[in-house]
Design a protein around this ligand. Structure first.
Ligand code: C2E
Ligand code: CA
Ligand code: CA
Length: 757
């Protein structure tokens, strides 16, 4: 086969290759696919041109081949520039140069085509090659125009690639380098053939080689090295310590963090294996595992998260493996701190309620041979402490209480703060000694500065007889037991038992019934006559009674304390006052008055003065006929305002009486300050049916002192003729007691005292 046939075959092969690759490129989904495909297709006409030139021996086809070749090359370099820009990720869609390049292309194509008529650019000469005629191109001066265009396009492409190469990171610059250098090689190769004028122009082989190379680099080249570089650079800087091992388990690479972790300087990896040993102990010895590891290191306590992975090839043979060690200490510390915060009360350091419940539940679930008891501790006067001394002081008090409570059962107690001023404790039943606890709580003081301050703590205790109950229900029981203590200042501990439970149920029922009872007039006032020193009935005290459909006739002691506790007393009193007013309106032809009771709690739930004024207005009665019984305990808090209020009531025309004088912590001093009209001397002084010497003296003094202060004295609980006459002699003006009459229904009272009058 002669050389011309060989080249013919080469050109045919190249054309086919370009056509196939061009098609593949155009169908590719990559952005580079289209420009690449066009560039490859544009190479086909010049290659075919060369095929014609080399294969024929007559002039005309050779001439046609030349036009294909030169005009084709114009398009090739034009599309090459497009491709280069796309390869370098440069968009020139709307750039001025784009128009200029297209314009130059058109000029050169037209100029070359014009050669057919003008013959100005090139001619043909006949030479011998392989024993046959061979026509080759003879360039004239204007042919250089064409060359300038081609070289300009190539130079532009080269420059773009060079700039891109210089201004990219080292790993990326290779990508551009490959194309740059192969393009440079093609240019040199072509130039050689242009200049040397060898009969067989092989420049298209260079172009095609370049095209196919670009095809590969644009679409298929996976820069493994580049990938490696990227991965290594990333792994080197990763915050996790990484250790890579080969198939024998030998360590062959460690990142910076790994070196720091094991404290290995330099590149020597011989120490990795022994130093890494403790980390491997965290795993299960297998190929792939994750685990955590806690360690005391020279840098303190550390918490690591470990991951081991073995990489295998398609057939299951080991390629290598790695271990990653993440220092998770800070996150772990944060978590622990957060958990601690969630579990412990900020102020007292005791467990929070949810966590206390959880701990108690766990403790009860553990096997234990002695029963537990659950203690609910309530600081009774805490609100007062906060109100009087301020919140900061109150916080200090709570801290001290928490600390003291903790000392009660140092060994086995589980402590928590349930709410503002209540605490919960779980201890073995045997450790709770009620008597001891009473003693401790009687003298329970917190010291603030040098002043010890007495704190009233009530404890409700529930013996855990049924550990399956939820903890909150157990605490409810302990709380119920404690609430039974009410305002008891002498008893501090109450155990939960069936009676407590029944009481609670009773309280619930009674409270639930109240509204209806008032509506249905099951609740009624009873009236107990009040008499003057000549034995004449001048008024009555209204005392509440409840005709309960289920429980029968209830005296106030059965329900008043409950309603005082839960605030419903205000409903009762409001109703009682209204009943009293109704009676007084009925008795308008009479001078009789009615005394009504006002509970200290009423002041919390209503505007007492407003309420009473409205009532007398509504019933159009003289306010002085409605007398108001108030106990000293009203004065326990907010004294200033209460004094004003009483004065206000008196100005409005009401008579204010102090009830149960002498029963509580009455101070005679109070008599002087309180704006009252009358005192009701408590029946404690008359307990022994005949007045003993001491009571006698006290009574005499109270009576004479109040008379001096212009306050009318009334004695309650007069049961005998002798008491009556003694008290009269002492100067007492008013009396109440079974000696005269027991409290009676309104009907009875009216027949005996109102209609009779
Ligand atoms: P209190 O206001 O001191 O009422 C006097 C209590 O002494 C009445 O008991 C009355 O029945 C009783 N009493 C009267 N004379 C004698 C006597 O000679 N000997 C003895 N041993 N007792 C006598 P009651 O009606 O059971 O009332 C008990 C308490 O219940 C009252 O004490 C009062 O604190 C409260 N209470 C009664 N009704 C009401 C009410 O409508 N509202 C409020 N807030 N409390 C009321
Ligand atoms: Ca009373
Ligand atoms: Ca009384």
């Amino acid at each position: 086969m002669n050389i011309r046939s060989v080249f013919s075959l080469i050109f045919i092969t190249l054309s086919v290759a370009l056509a196939v690759c061009g098609r593949v490129a155009l169908q590719s989904k990559k952005a580079i696919g289209k420009p690449l495909g066009r560039m490859l297709y544009s190479l086909i006409p010049p290659v075919l041109g060369n095929l014609l030139i080399v294969s024929v021996s007559t002039k005309l086809p050779a001439v046609i081949g030349c036009y294909f070749y030169y005009i084709g090359i114009d398009f090739t370099v034009f599309f090459l520039l497009h491709y280069t820009l796309a390869y370098c990720n440069i968009s020139w869609e709307s750039h001025k140069l784009r128009g200029l390049v297209s314009f130059l292309l058109v000029i050169d194509v037209v100029q070359l085509a014009a050669n057919i008529f003008l013959g100005h650019a090139f001619g043909m000469e006949r030479i011998e090659l392989s024993g046959r005629a061979y026509y080759r191109m003879v360039p004239y001066l204007p042919q250089n125009l064409h060359r300038m265009f081609v070289y300009a396009m190539l130079a532009a492409s080269l420059t773009i690639l060079l700039l891109k190469m210089l201004h990219s990171s080292r790993i990326y610059s290779r990508r551009y380098g490959v194309i740059f250098f192969s393009m440079l090689a093609v240019i040199l190769w072509c130039t050689f053939y242009v200049v040397s004028r060898t009969p067989l122009d092989r420049s298209m082989i260079g172009y095609t080689a370049f095209g196919l190379l670009s095809f590969y680099f644009s679409l298929y080249y996976r820069p493994v090295k580049l990938l490696n570089r990227i991965l290594l650079d990333i792994s080197a800087e990763l915050p996790d310590a990484l250790f890579f091992f080969d198939d024998t388990g030998e360590c062959n690479w460690v990142n910076n963090e790994g070196r720091q972790l094991l404290e290995i300087p330099g590149k020597d990896l011989s120490e990795v294996a022994p130093k890494l040993q403790p980390f491997f102990e965290g795993g299960d010895g297998g190929d792939n595992w994750t685990s955590t590891l806690e360690m005391n290191t020279t840098k303190g306590w550390k918490h690591y998260v470990l991951e081991r992975k073995t990489i295998r090839d398609g057939r299951g043979y080991v390629d290598g493996s790695f271990l990653s060690v993440r220092d998770d200490t800070q996150a772990q510390l944060n978590l622990m701190q957060e958990t601690y915060r969630a579990q412990h009360d900020d102020l007292t350091g005791l467990y929070t309620r949810p966590y206390l419940y959880e701990r108690i539940q766990k403790k009860l679930a553990e096997p234990h041979d002695q029963p537990y008891c659950l203690v609910f501790a309530n600081v009774r006067n805490f609100k007062l402490i906060n109100d009087v001394f301020g919140v900061e002081f109150g916080d200090g008090v709570l801290k001290q209480i928490a600390a003291t409570l903790r000392r009660f059962f140092p060994m086995d107690g589980v402590y928590g703060r349930l709410s503002g001023d209540t605490f919960g404790i779980l201890i073995p039943r045997s450790q709770f000694d009620t008597e001891m606890m009473e003693k401790k709580l009687t003298n329970f003081t917190v010291s603030t500065g040098d002043m010890p301050y007495h704190v009233l703590i009530h404890m409700g205790v529930y013996e855990v007889t049924d550990p399956s109950l939820v903890v909150s229900v157990m605490f409810d029981r302990a709380r119920i037991a404690a609430s039974g203590l009410r305002n008891d200042f002498h008893t501090h501990v109450a155990w939960y038992d069936e009676k407590v439970r029944e009481n609670m149920l009773w309280e619930q029922q009674i409270s639930g019934d109240l509204e209806n009872a008032i509506l249905q007039r099951q609740i009624v006032p009873y009236l107990q006559p009040l008499v003057n020193d000549s034995g004449k009935v001048v008024g009555a005290e209204a005392l509440v009674r409840w005709n309960h459909p289920e429980f029968g006739f209830l005296p106030p002691i059965k329900f008043i304390p409950i309603f005082e506790q839960n605030g419903m007393i205000a409903e009762v009193d409001r109703y009682m006052w209204r009943c009293a007013c109704e009676r007084l309106q009925e008795w308008k032809d009479n001078d009789l008055f009615i005394s009504v009771n006002i509970s200290p709690k009423d002041f919390y739930f209503m505007d007492v003065a407003e309420e009473l004024k409205n009532l007398v207005k509504e019933f159009q009665i003289e306010p002085s006929r409605l007398r108001l019984e108030i106990t000293e305990s009203v004065m326990i808090s907010d004294v200033e305002n209460k004094l004003k209020l009483l004065a206000h009531l008196r100005e409005a025309g009401f008579l204010v009486e102090m009830d149960d004088f002498g029963s509580g912590y009455s101070s005679l001093n109070m008599l002087k300050n309180m704006p009252i009209d009358l005192i009701k001397i408590d029946m404690v002084f008359l307990r022994n049916s005949d007045l003993d010497d001491k009571s006698n003296k006290i009574l005499r003094h109270i009576i004479s002192m109040s008379t001096d202060l212009n306050i009318v004295p009334l004695t309650e609980g007069v049961e005998t003729q002798k008491q009556f006459s003694d008290l009269t002699l002492m100067g007492c003006k008013l009396f109440q007691g079974y000696f005269f009459a027991k409290p009676m229904s309104v009907g009875d009272f009216e027949t005996q005292y109102v209609r009779a009058a």
